[in-house]
Design a protein around this ligand. Sequence first.
Ligand code: ATP
Length: 343
Amino acid sequence: MSAAPVKLTHITKRFAKDVIAVDDVSLEVEPGSLVTLLGPSGCGKTTILRMIAGLERATSGQVFIDDQEVTQLPANLRDVTMVFQSYALFPHMNVFENVAYGLQVARRPADEIKKRALEALAMVGLEGLENRSTRALSGGQQQRVALARALVMQPKVLLFDEPLSNLDAKLRKRVREEIRDLQKSLGITSIYVTHDQEEALAISDVIVVINKGRIEQQGSPLELYTQPCNNFVADFIGSASFLKGHYDGKILSLAKYQLNHEQAITKGDVTVMVRPEAVMLGTEGLKARVISVSYLGSITDFLFQTELGEVMASIPGEGKMPLQKGDETYLRFKPAGIHLLKP
Ligand code: ATP
């Protein structure tokens, strides 16, 4: 399978006069990479995916696959396949027939169909199950059949529309790792839609955060987590507290608590994003009172009240509870978990 770039230039999709599902989105997907479209329900991510697939026509803008413009091309001529949340398997066909279906429609010779379908089933770890009815499979196995059915077409681009939503939490983790391993080993360009930030962090080369039809920020999982460009991204990827502070180019002041900080941002009033794992307890720093404590085994989650607002903290514990509700303490912040935003 050859890896192909995907490019969107100024794509807009209107469904009615007042419904702009996708608003001037431009995006470049590197060949062989896995890019996740991440955002809340209704932000337009599925519509973007469907425009790449050819299942939805853009109102304006252009779609390129492998450097060819496909904006007006129907889905069956685009050389992309999509894996759906619902699997969309044919219940009256067995596993092999489901996987072979696309090649049969394409009128490939029988021996080629057999070879490719068995290869695709082996890729997803389902060898030996080809005669099984799809109704006699677990959810995870059904999703693997759906994946094999997409892979057998040897598409230039694989599209995933929330493929793991119907699986339980444990299985979701396992299947997402399998998808990522397979995607990497095949080097196939993939675009993956999810609203689950943990899933996006775990599998992506690049995450594109979408809100109300527009791209808020794109970058590697690490970039988005450590350097979100605004409150929306900071809050959507991981959790964070936001405090009002002042920055003079070297020293960050949070009420009476001062700390060194280096970041290229305009001096003056700033909003300070604090990740929960960056919070440490001490005898000096930002004065705080415990509002709530949740002991979670390896860590303890706290919510503190400070004069600048509430602060969430995840503190590694050794099995003992350092603080109770109502106790007073001081908070200090590790530099790596702090990022300044324009207020
Ligand atoms: P979800 O995670 O809930 O699937 P999403 O981010 O994938 O959400 P889309 O399905 O792309 O969002 O929808 C974006 C917006 O466009 C929503 O406001 C939705 O109601 C609207 N929309 C989507 N499809 C249609 C349609 N066929 N006709 C009218 N409006 C639509």
